[in-house]
Design a protein. Structure first.
Lengths: 77, 498
C-alpha cells in the first residue's frame, strides 16, 4: 500500500483523440454561452432559410456538439 | 363525438396500456432486489435510451417549455445547451459511475459516495438531499398531469382528481413490475411523447399560420421582442443563461433517478452511445416547443404566470380535431408519467437501500425489502399528492429548484469519479453540501439570484469552496479505499493502473 502513487489527473485527457474531442466540445460550447449569445448572436437578421439568425446559429452549434460526441464515440475516446 | 370524450378516452386507453405493461413485466421478475430495483443491470441501448430521454423530458418539456417560450421568447432555446451537456456528462461521468456500480455492486448514488468517503454521514446526507429535492419533481409531474387531465376532460375531471388518478396508475405499475415496468412503459412513453409534440406543433403551425416558417415571420412582425435576449421579461440575462445550463444538466443528471439508470446499463459501450446520441432526442424536442410557445403568444395572448404552461393543450383544444388532441394529450400524459414513475422508483430505492436496509432492518430477505419498497411508494404517492394540490408555481421554476438541490452533490461525485489531485474528505463533502444548501436557500428565497446569476450556481460555488477548504484540515479516506476506487476508474478509463 505504501508504494501506491495516485494516477495522473483525469480532468485532463491523456490521448490525442481525447484532447481533440475535449477541445472541440469546449470551443463549440462557448459559442452557445454568454457573451457570444448575448452579443454577436443576439439578432434575428439575417434570416436564414426563413428562420431567425439566433435560432439557426445555435442550432448549428448544437449540431456541431452532437457531431463531436458521435466522433468521440466512433474513435473510442 | 365531443372533443373531451375522445381526449379523455385516449388518455384512459393509454393508462390501461401502462398497467398491462406493468403486469407483463411482473411475470418476468426474478424476485431479487437487483432485478426489482436495477432491471438486473441488463438494460440494452434502445430501452435505456428511451427511458433516459423520457425521464429527462417531463411535463416540464411538454407544458413548461411551451410556457417559457410564451413568456420569455427565444431565450429558452438555451435548452439546447443543457441537453448537450447532459450527453457529455453521460459520456464522461456516466460511464465511470456505471463501472464503479458494476465493480462494487452500488445501487444508489449514496452507495458510491458513502463507500468512497467511508462515511455513513455522507450516505444519510446524500440520501436526504436526493429524496427531498426530487420530491419537488414529483410535484412538477403531478401538477402537469392534473393540468392535462383537467383540460382534456373540459374541466369535468378536477385537477385534484386527475392528479390522484395518474399518481395511482404510476404507483401501481411500479409496485407490480419494479424498474422493468418503468423501463417498458418509458419506451412506450418516449416514442409517444416525441411524436405527439412534433405532430401537435406542426399541425398547429399549419392550421394557424400556414406553416412553421410563416409562424416565425409572424412572430417577427407582431412580437419582435420575443426574438432577442434577454426577452420581454428580461429573464435570460447571461448569469441566468449560464445558471440554468449548469443546473438543468449536472443538476438533473445527479438526481438519483438518472444516476441509477447508469447502473442499469448492460455494458459501458451502451452508456457511451447513450451519451453521444441522447442530445439528438432531447434537443430536438424543444424545436416544436418553440413553435407552440411563440405561436401561442400571438394567437392566445394574455395568459399570466403559471397559466402560460397550459398553452399547448389550450391551443390543441381550440384549433385541432378531437382525435388528434386526445392522442397528443396522451403524449403529454406520457411525458409526465415517464418522469414521475422514475422518481417514485428512485426515491423508493434510496429510502429502501440507504435508510431502511442500512439502519433499520439490515438482515432481511430480498422479498422483504421489495415489499418495503412498495410500501414506501404508497407513502411517496401521498406526499406527492399533498404537495401537488397544496402549492403551485411555474413548472420550470420547480424543476430548476429540484436540479439546484441535486447539483450540490457535484463536488462529491467528481471527487469519486476523477482520480488525481487532492482528495476531498468526508467532512469536506458533508460541510460543502450543507453550505451549498444554505446558500441555495439564501440565493433562491431570501435574495433571489444575486447579480443576475442563478442561485443554484451560487450554491455550487460556495459548496465547492467549503468542501476544498475543509478537506485541507480533515482526514481523507483511507489509502486502501482510494486505491480500490480510483484504481478501478483508472483501469476502466485507461486500461491499467499507472
Amino acid at each position: 500500500m505504501d508504494d501506491y502513487r495516485p494516477p495522473r489527473s483525469h480532468f485532463l485527457p491523456r490521448t490525442r483523440d481525447g484532447r481533440t474531442a475535449t477541445l472541440l466540445f469546449v470551443v463549440f460550447f462557448l459559442f452557445a454561452m454568454p457573451p457570444m449569445t448575448h452579443t454577436a448572436l443576439n439578432r434575428a437578421d439575417p434570416w436564414i432559410l426563413g428562420l431567425p439568425f439566433f435560432y439557426v446559429a445555435l442550432l448549428v452549434v448544437y449540431t456541431a456538439l452532437i457531431l463531436v460526441l458521435v466522433w468521440a464515440y466512433r474513435r473510442g475516446v | 363525438m365531443e372533443a373531451w370524450v375522445v381526449a379523455t378516452g385516449l388518455i384512459g386507453l393509454y393508462l390501461v396500456l401502462t398497467i398491462v405493461l406493468g403486469f407483463v413485466a411482473n411475470r418476468r421478475m426474478t424476485g431479487d432486489m437487483e432485478d426489482f430495483l436495477l432491471y438486473g443491470r441488463k438494460a440494452g441501448f434502445i430501452v435505456l435510451y428511451l427511458t433516459v430521454v423520457a425521464s429527462f423530458h417531463s411535463s416540464f418539456a411538454f407544458l413548461g417549455s411551451g410556457g417559457f417560450f410564451y413568456r420569455n421568447g427565444i431565450g429558452f432555446w438555451a435548452a439546447g445547451t443543457w441537453t448537450l451537456l447532459v450527453g457529455a456528462i453521460t459520456y464522461v461521468i456516466g460511464t465511470r459511475i456505471w463501472a464503479l456500480g458494476k465493480a462494487f455492486n452500488y445501487m444508489t448514488p449514496a452507495d458510491m459516495l458513502a463507500d468512497f468517503y467511508e462515511s455513513e454521514a455522507v450516505r444519510v446526507t446524500v440520501a436526504v438531499v436526493s429524496v427531498v429535492f426530487t420530491i419537488l419533481y414529483i410535484q412538477v409531474q403531478a401538477q402537469g398531469l392534473g393540468y392535462i387531465i383537467n383540460v382534456a376532460s373540459g374541466g369535468r375531471i378536477s385537477f385534484e382528481v386527475g392528479t390522484l388518478i395518474l399518481l395511482i396508475v404510476a404507483a401501481v405499475y411500479l409496485m407490480v413490475g419494479g424498474l422493468r415496468a418503468v423501463y417498458w412503459t418509458d419506451v412506450l412513453q418516449g416514442v409517444w411523447m416525441y411524436i405527439a409534440v412534433w405532430v401537435g406543433a406542426l399541425v398547429l403551425s399549419y392550421e394557424l399560420f400556414g406553416g412553421p416558417l410563416e409562424l416565425w415571420r409572424a412572430v417577427s412582425e407582431q412580437r419582435p421582442d420575443l426574438l432577442s435576449l434577454p426577452g420581454p421579461e428580461g429573464f435570460f440575462r447571461p448569469g441566468m443563461w449560464i445558471g440554468m445550463t449548469i443546473t438543468l444538466s449536472f443538476g438533473i443528471v445527479f438526481q438519483p433517478h438518472m444516476m441509477i439508470r447508469y447502473y442499469t446499463a448492460v455494458d459501458a459501450k451502451t452508456i457511451k452511445l447513450l451519451g453521444a446520441t441522447t442530445p439528438i432526442y432531447l434537443m430536438t424536442l424543444y424545436i416544436p416547443a418553440a413553435l407552440v410557445g411563440l405561436g401561442g403568444a400571438l394567437v392566445m395572448p394574455g395568459l399570466e404566470g403559471a397559466e402560460a404552461d397550459r398553452i399547448f393543450p389550450e391551443l390543441l383544444f381550440a384549433y385541432t380535431n378531437p382525435w388528434l388532441t386526445g392522442a397528443i394529450l396522451a403524449g403529454a400524459t406520457a411525458a409526465a408519467m415517464s418522469t414521475l414513475d422514475s422518481i417514485l422508483h428512485a426515491n423508493m430505492t434510496v429510502l429502501t437501500r440507504d435508510i431502511y436496509q442500512r439502519f433499520i432492518r439490515p438482515n432481511e430477505s430480498q422479498g422483504h425489502y421489495i415489499n418495503v419498497g412498495r410500501a414506501i411508494v404508497v407513502g411517496l404517492l401521498v406526499i406527492g399528492y399533498m404537495l401537488s394540490v397544496g402549492t403551485f408555481d411555474y413548472l420550470v421554476v420547480l424543476v430548476t429548484l429540484s436540479g439546484a438541490g441535486a447539483l450540490q452533490l457535484m463536488p462529491a461525485i467528481l471527487g469519486v469519479c476523477f482520480p488525481g489531485g487532492r482528495t476531498l474528505t468526508r467532512a469536506g463533502v458533508v460541510w460543502g453540501i450543507v453550505a451549498g444548501l444554505v446558500t441555495l436557500y439564501l440565493t433562491l428565497v431570501v435574495v433571489p439570484h444575486p447579480l443576475g446569476m442563478h442561485g443554484g450556481l451560487w450554491g455550487l460555488l460556495v459548496n465547492t469552496a467549503v468542501a476544498l477548504n475543509v478537506s485541507v484540515f480533515t482526514p481523507p479516506p483511507s489509502a486502501e479505499t482510494i486505491r480500490r476506487v480510483h484504481g478501478e476508474v483508472e483501469r476502466f478509463v485507461y486500461g491499467a493502473e499507472e
